[in-house]
Design a protein around this ligand. Structure first.
Ligand SMILES: [Mg+2]
Length: 125
């Protein structure tokens, strides 16, 4: 295990995944990119990433359902899960944080500040 942080990114849109993955790799993160929540839960159990970035709207399992399953499993409970959403509904940020996400990021992402935002959500160590 190196010093680089491992971020699991989950988004059903492959273009979003590629963009986020490229931005984080450029900043020295190790990234795993997955397109659905079920696979992401399995990966999180196996590899215990430092942080998970989770799209909200995905076919099949939603980001919220995936977050709740991660939280209910002792193996993955401590991993911060940050929601990435394009929703601009009033109160969405507060609603999602109250639902249990550890952080909120708005799409479209700001490519200049994205990596710093992600870093700010990493547990201290
Ligand atoms: Mg989506």
């Amino acid at each position: 295990m190196g010093m680089e942080k491992h971020v699991l990114v989950v988004d059903d849109n492959p273009l979003n995944l590629e963009l986020v993955g490229d931005l984080l790799e450029l900043e020295g993160f190790r990234v795993t990119l997955l397109e659905d929540g079920v696979t992401a839960i399995s990966e999180a159990r196996d590899s215990r990433p430092d942080l998970i970035l989770m799209d909200l709207r995905m076919p099949g399992m939603s980001g919220l359902e995936a977050q709740q399953q991660l939280r209910s499993d002792a193996t993955t409970r401590e991993i911060p899960v940050i929601v990435l959403t394009a929703s601009v509904m009033a109160g969405e940020r507060e609603r999602l944080l109250a639902a249990g996400f550890d952080g909120f990021m708005q799409k479209p992402i700001d490519t200049l500040t994205f990596a710093d935002q992600v870093r700010s959500f990493l547990p201290a160590s």
